[in-house]
Write a protein of this length. Structure first.
Length: 114
């Protein structure tokens, strides 16, 4: 009985969504991570999937680290709880490695893609 109600609810929800407004692609686009990268002597915002080793990436508070980076400048506090399970922010200084997927909480800096 419960299964039948779930199926009916799913069908009704699908039918009530106006054509052209199906958001499957929009949700995937919203989840894509972008990065501020120094290329050709100017800063550009590109999708993280286009990063290559050696790119210089700018990190600011709220940014998701788009790739594994070696911090070149700045001091950061990053949330690595999704990776390590540790609830405390980790302090990063120049020379430290930032893992892809960690979130910058405080500070600004530049890092090179490894």
């Amino acid at each position: 009985m419960v299964g039948a109600l779930l199926v009916v609810n799913a069908v009704l929800s699908f039918l009530q969504e106006p054509p052209g407004r199906r958001r499957r692609g929009d949700a995937a686009a919203a989840l894509q991570v972008s990065a501020r990268v120094l290329r050709g002597a100017s800063w550009q915002v590109i999708p993280a999937r286009e990063l290559v080793p050696g790119d210089i990436v700018r990190l600011r508070p709220g940014d998701i680290t788009p790739a594994d980076l070696k911090l070149l400048t700045g001091d950061l506090a990053v949330d690595q709880s999704a990776l390590t399970g540790e609830s405390k922010d980790a302090d990063k200084a120049p020379g430290d490695v930032l893992s892809s997927g960690s979130v910058v909480r405080r500070g600004e800096g530049n890092g090179v893609v490894m």
